[in-house]
Structures are given as C-alpha cells and as structure tokens.
Design a protein around this ligand. Structure first.
Ligand SMILES: Cc1ncc(COP(=O)(O)O)c(C=O)c1O
Length: 466
C-alpha cells in the first residue's frame, strides 16, 4: 500500500523502497506497492501516517497480547534501563531481574519442566532446543540418536536449523533447506487430510501409526526428538484431532524420543490455558516460548527442560569444561523486566479468565460465516482462529494456489480497517490481542465479513465460483 509523506518532512514510502529489505515479502512487488507504514498504536489498534486506524486482528505476529499502548511495560523497561540496562549470562553472571523471571516461568510451566534458558526469538529458542537434544544424547552415550521429526506445515522459525523444522515451501525455496537430520510426518488437519468417513480419533490413530512407522524406518537409535506446536499457527491454525497428542506421546515413549513443545504462539493464554500443553494433555520434555512472554514489547524467548535433561547436560559440561552455548542477549535484563511486568499484568487483570469469557463470542462470530459460499471451515481455540476459503464445499475443493483469494481478502481487510493474515492454502488467520473487548471482536468480524463479500464478488467475476 503506497502512502504519502508521513510527517510532511519525510516520504517514508520512498525511503523504504530505496533502502529497506522486508521479511516475508515479495521484494520485487514491494518496489511497486511500497510499505504499509504504521506510526502509532493505541489499545488494539494501530494507525498509519494519515491517521487511519486499523484494528489489529493478528496482534502483529500473534504476539502483542496486551495491545499497543500498555504504559506499564514502557515504565518497566525504562526503570530497568536506568538501573542495569544490560548484562549477559556467560561465565556464571546474570542480572537479578533475569533470575526472578526464570523462577517465575519455571513456577508457571508444566510440572516436569524445572530449568530454563533464554534467547531473543522463537527461532533461536528452537535452534537451542535442537542443540540441547544433541548435547543431551551425546552426554548419555547415544551419539547416533540425533534426528528431529517435525510435521508438514509446521512453523518453528527461519534460522538454518529451526527453518528446517519448519515445513513451508517459502521457507525452503532458494535457501537450500532443510538441513540433514530433520524429518517430517503428516499434518494433523482433519478437514483437509482425513479420508472419507474417517473420524478424528481414527485420523489421530493413523497419524500416530505413521509416526511410529517413520521412527522404525529411520531406526529408533537415530531419532532424538519430535517437535510440535500444540495448535499449528502459520501452517494454518490447525487444531489437532481428538486423542492426537495422547497417541503421539505413547509412540514417542516407546522409542525413547523426546517431545519438544513449541509454545511460541500458544503460550500465555492465547488458547485459553496458560500453555497449549495443558489444553491437550502434553507432557513436554522441552518447551519453547516467545512472543506473548513480553507481549512483544521487547524481544525475548525461553527454552524450558526437564530436570533429567539438565542433569545430563550439566554433567557433560563438567567433563568438557563449559556448556558452550548462549547469545549476547540471552536473559537481557530489559526484556526480563518487561516479561515480568507482562506476567504481573496477565495475573492482576485475570487475562486468562478474560480470554475464556470472550472466546465463545469470538468463535461464534467467526462461525457465523460458515454458511458463506467461500467458507469451508472455521477452526480455532481461544483467541486463535482461521477461516478456510474453499472453491467448493461439496465436493470439497480448495482454490488453486495461484488464485490468491485469501491474499485479496486480506488486502480488502486493510481497506476496511482490519489487519488479518493470509496463511497456506487460502486460510485467513485471526489472533486478536488478549485484551480485546466483545465490541472489538464484533468490529473485527464485521470488517472481515465485508472483505469476504468483496472477495466473493471478485471470485464470481473471475468465474471461480458460482
Ligand atoms: C510456533 C512458532 N515457533 C517459532 C517461531 C519463530 O519465532 P521468531 O519469529 O521469533 O523467530 C514462530 C514465529 O511465528 C512460531 O509461530
């Protein structure tokens, strides 16, 4: 979207096109379209240079849970910056505030997780999880047990290792990914992938059997871990079929394969429980966190592990002389102070209770579009959802990937003043801020509905639907 000068002095659009390389963007097309420049935020809304308001139905990238103007987080950052703005955690050092956060997060996390490390992004957290698993299996005398199994349509980040766990075409193409030692099994999307008449439970059994067969085929002595988002986010907001995690965990136990639970999106109340692990009965060996941990006001991620993993890696580091891993910004005190304040706000304002109170409104507002000619499925949990566009409901037919209808819908959404996101296979994602009111959700649904009708009109004009 091209925009004129923002403040009368600078033409941000021209400068952007001249110098700035964007993420996840068609860079060539961007030179024509120019950026969408946001200049300010207030509550669940962001504003562009012309003062146009957009309701942020994606919390940015599923992360700004407390919206865009939480002063307490700014104050917490300022206070920390004027007390101890930086310290690292190498060679046994750290800031007091980081220890406080570590204690708080371990207390919040699912029971078996007792130790924590920090990084700055979800990708770094998942890279770290892979390194932990490798170090751990070297430590316990299983040097061949190194493969990590992920799933089709998973999203675990974009760094070389985490990007290999991700299984989306755009993340691989042109980047020579995935690296070796990474394998993938099926995506648990019942609506799209179940066979005719197959129940959720039967589908889950088939996927667990597939995982079991994959581990046997690779050799259990070579498979170290399985990684999963409780609900897949960027791959389509895929809610697992009933009994899926129960069956998957049984298979993993049989083969002594660790479970890494990627809660970068699902952590901190997004789906109505503190973590997705609670919702789906997952007992992770390692868990990664990010995004809503600081409500995205400062970059920070975390990796939690079981005591037994810590004991092995601690003993190994004793033998080797050091645990040779960590980043300059691991446990950054400003991010830690912001995270602590975020957690205090979640608790004081009972954000979890709020999410659960507004979830039925949110899900039923979206559900009300399920009779729309373009909508095949509405799926989600808590304040996380996707609307699946289809060319035909019966027989079920998805649009050709080149039709670009969800992309068009999201662009129309921008025109109407709502920020949504296109996912794989013409799904449209929703992850509104956790502080959204029922009125905010109604506005999101209403503006989405207008964009959906615009899209139907175009689909008809192009002869794609009747
Ligand atoms: C489930 C999940 N894991 C990991 C990541 C990567 O996080 P980051 O972009 O902070 O590296 C994301 C990002 O969206 C994610 O959704």
């Amino acid at each position: 979207m091209t925009q004129p000068a923002v403040d009368g002095a600078k033409d941000w659009s021209a400068i952007d096109r001249a110098v700035y390389v964007h993420s996840s963007t068609n860079l060539q097309q961007h030179l024509v379209d120019g950026p969408m420049v946001l200049t300010r935020g207030e509550g669940v809304r962001v504003f562009d240079g012309d003062g146009k308001a957009y309701i942020e139905a994606m919390s940015g990238l599923w992360c700004a849970g407390l919206g865009f103007s939480e002063k307490r987080l700014a104050d917490a950052a300022y206070k920390q910056m004027t007390t101890l703005p930086y310290y690292h955690n190498f060679q046994g050092k750290t800031a007091d505030v980081t220890i406080e956060l570590a204690e708080r997060l371990v207390a919040l996390a699912p029971k078996p997780l007792t130790k924590i490390m920090f990084a700055s992004s979800g990708s770094e957290a998942n890279d770290t999880a892979i390194k932990l698993v490798w170090y751990y299996n070297n430590a316990r005398g299983k040097p061949a047990k190194k493969k990590i199994i992920s799933r089709e349509q998973a999203y675990h980040g974009v760094t070389i290792a985490a990007g290999s766990l991700t299984r989306l075409k755009a993340i691989y193409d042109g980047f020579d990914l995935p690296i070796d030692r990474i394998r993938h099994v099926g995506c648990p999307h019942h609506y799209k992938l179940a066979q005719d008449g197959e129940s959720e439970e039967q589908f889950a059994t088939r996927l667990a059997d597939e995982l079991d067969a994959k581990i046997r085929e690779e050799g259990p002595d070579t498979v170290a871990a399985f990684i999963a988002e409780p609900i897949m986010g960027a791959g389509g907001v895929i809610v697992p079929p009933a009994t899926y995690f129960e069956k998957i965990q049984r298979v993993l136990k049989t083969h002594d394969v660790l479970l890494i639970c990627d809660e970068v999106i699902t952590g901190f109340g997004r789906i109505g429980t503190m973590f997705g692990a609670e919702k789906f009965g997952i007992a992770p060996d390692i868990m990664t966190l990010g995004k809503q941990m600081t409500s995205a006001y400062a970059p920070m991620s975390a990796i939690l592990m079981r005591e037994s993993i810590f004991e092995s890696i601690a003993a190994e580091s004793g033998k080797r002389g050091t645990f040779g891993h960590g980043y300059t910004y691991s446990g950054h005190p400003v991010s830690a102070a912001v995270a602590l304040e975020t957690l205090r706000i979640y608790e004081e304002r009972d954000i979890l209770g709020h999410v659960n109170r507004i979830t039925p409104t949110f899900q039923s507002l979206l559900e009300s579009y399920s009779n729309h000619p373009l909508v095949g499925e509405v799926r989600g949990e808590g304040l996380l959802a996707a609307v699946q566009l289809v060319q035909s409901k019966s027989p079920k037919k998805f649009f050709d990937t080149t039709a670009g209808l969800a992309k068009y819908l999201v662009a129309r959404g921008h025109e109407h003043g709502v920020i949504l996101r296109v996912l794989q296979n013409d799904a449209v994602a929703f992850a509104p801020p956790l502080i959204s009111t029922e009125d905010d959700l109604k506005q999101i649904a209403d503006l989405f509905g207008r964009a959906l009708d615009d899209t139907l009109k175009v689909a008809r004009e192009r002869g794609l639907v009747n």
